[in-house]
Structure formats: structure tokens, C-alpha cells
Write a protein that binds this ligand. Structure first.
Ligand code: HEM
Ligand code: HEM
Length: 188
């Protein structure tokens, strides 16, 4: 490529998130989906429930998600996202508010689950390898309460945010046929 073309290339603003941001986005999607599925396959948890494979898997993937979210937030704060898509201001505002709420829910959900795991006496190892300390003491009431919040409250809030978010992405792709999906999936 000659130097003029290279300079022009650099002048064109990026329209997609960078590969690391995209990779972390799709890894989050995989982990969250897996957590909803594995979580719904787990036996009802109470004191004395054996630490069976599905519970170990749920804890390992969910605590792994905490690390992925921390990496994602760090990356997001230190790397400029592409300029906003050409949408009306109100739509951009709703998109930003939904993204922010997703970040909050994606931290609150695993943190509440971690507290519940600690209260039930389950050890937590991110991806089955990196040991996490107990977040609350064994049998702490706050841990049981956060377990209920995890399974009955944030469960639905996160699901509703995901439905809105995926609905918006598909609306842009299928109905409006604009380039919004391509920001996370270049070429689409
Ligand atoms: C986004 C991440 C997560 C999702 C989507 C998720 C999803 C779920 C689901 C669907 C259930 C079953 C709810 C029910 O049967 O009513 C559940 C329960 C549970 N999850 Fe998670 N989970 C996540 C992260 C975590 C993490 C990181 C931990 C612990 C390290 C964890 C620990 C638990 C525990 C202990 C329960 C039983 C709750 C109780 O009854 O006290 N979860 N989760
Ligand atoms: C568990 C499911 C999902 C979660 C938790 C999630 C989370 C997020 C978050 C937090 C952002 C904001 C990124 C930032 O600005 O830092 C985002 C952006 C985006 N997501 Fe997702 N996402 C999910 C599934 C999907 C799916 C299935 C699609 C496609 C069908 C999708 C398409 C997009 C697109 C296109 C953007 C960029 C929006 C823009 O800036 O214009 N997401 N996602």
C-alpha cells in the first residue's frame, strides 16, 4: 500500500469495536448463556447440598465471568469505543443507559451468587483454577438473602436487559438494515 493510501486509511474513523473489546463481548455472552442454562439444571441449594458437578461448574464459570467483566471494564475505560452510530439522540441515550445497566447487572449477578456460595460453604475457583476467598462467613444471613436476590430478582432484571439489547441488535439488522450489528460483528 502506498503512503498516501495508508494515511487515508488511518484518517477513516473506526466503525467497529476493537478485536479485544469484541472478543470480551462474545466471551461474556457465552458465559452468561451457559450460566443461565447450568443454573437452571442445578439442584435447589440449601445447607448440606452436596457440591455436585453442576454446582461446581456454575461457580467456576460465574466467578470466571467476574474476571472477564473486570478485564472488560478496564479495557473499556482505557480504549476509546468507535464513534456513536448515526441514530436519533434518544435512541443513543437508551442504548447507553441499557449498556450501563448491563455492566451493573453483570457484576451484581455473580457477586450475589458468590456471597450465596460462601454462605453455603462452597469453595469458589474462577474457571476451576483461581481460588476466590469467601465473600461472607459460612451461614451468614446476608449470603442467603443475596442468594434469593441472585435467583429471584437480578435473574429477571438481567434477562430483561438482555432481551431488550438483543431485540435492539436484531431490529437494526433485520428491520432497519443499518450497520449497528457490525460494530460488534464486522461484516454484518
Ligand atoms: C451472570 C452470571 C450468573 C447467572 C446468569 C446465574 C444464574 C443462576 C440461575 C439461573 C440460578 C438458578 C435459580 C433458580 O433455580 O431459581 C442460579 C443459582 C445460584 N447461583 Fe448463579 N448465576 C450466575 C453467577 C453465579 C456465581 C458467580 C456464583 C457463585 C460464585 C453463583 C452461585 C449461585 C448459587 C449459590 C445459586 C443458588 C442460589 C440460592 O438458591 O441461594 N452464580 N444462578
Ligand atoms: C448475554 C448477552 C449479551 C450481553 C450481556 C451483552 C452486553 C453488551 C454490552 C455491555 C455492550 C456495550 C459495550 C460498550 O459500549 O462497552 C454491548 C454492545 C453491543 N452488543 Fe451486546 N450483549 C449481549 C448479547 C448480544 C447479542 C446476542 C448481540 C447481537 C445479536 C449483541 C450485539 C451488540 C452490539 C451490536 C453492540 C454495540 C452497540 C453499539 O455500541 O452500537 N449483543 N453488548
Amino acid at each position: 500500500m502506498n503512503t498516501v493510501a495508508a494515511a487515508e486509511d488511518r484518517a477513516v474513523p473506526a466503525t467497529s469495536y476493537d478485536p479485544v473489546a469484541r472478543g470480551l463481548h462474545w466471551l461474556t455472552v457465552l458465559l452468561v448463556l451457559a450460566e443461565y442454562i447450568v443454573g437452571s439444571l442445578m439442584p435447589h441449594i440449601r445447607i448440606g447440598t452436596p457440591f455436585v458437578f453442576v454446582i461446581r461448574l456454575h461457580l467456576a464459570l460465574g466467578s470466571g465471568l467476574i474476571l472477564v467483566m473486570l478485564a472488560r471494564i478496564l479495557w473499556r475505560l482505557t480504549h476509546r469505543p468507535p464513534p456513536p452510530p448515526p441514530l436519533p439522540a434518544w435512541q443513543r441515550w437508551i442504548a447507553s443507559a441499557t449498556h450501563f445497566a448491563l455492566y451493573v447487572a453483570l457484576l451484581a449477578m455473580p457477586l450475589a451468587g458468590w456471597a450465596s456460595a460462601s454462605a453455603h460453604g462452597f469453595p469458589v475457583r474462577a474457571f476451576g483454577i483461581i481460588p476466590f476467598p469467601a465473600l461472607v462467613p459460612y451461614k451468614a444471613r446476608i449470603g442467603f438473602t443475596l442468594g434469593d436476590v441472585h435467583a429471584d430478582v437480578i435473574y429477571w432484571i438481567l434477562l430483561a436487559l438482555i432481551v431488550m439489547h438483543v431485540g435492539a441488535a436484531l431490529y437494526h439488522r433485520v428491520i432497519k438494515r443499518d450497520s449497528v450489528l457490525g460494530r460488534m460483528l464486522p461484516g454484518w
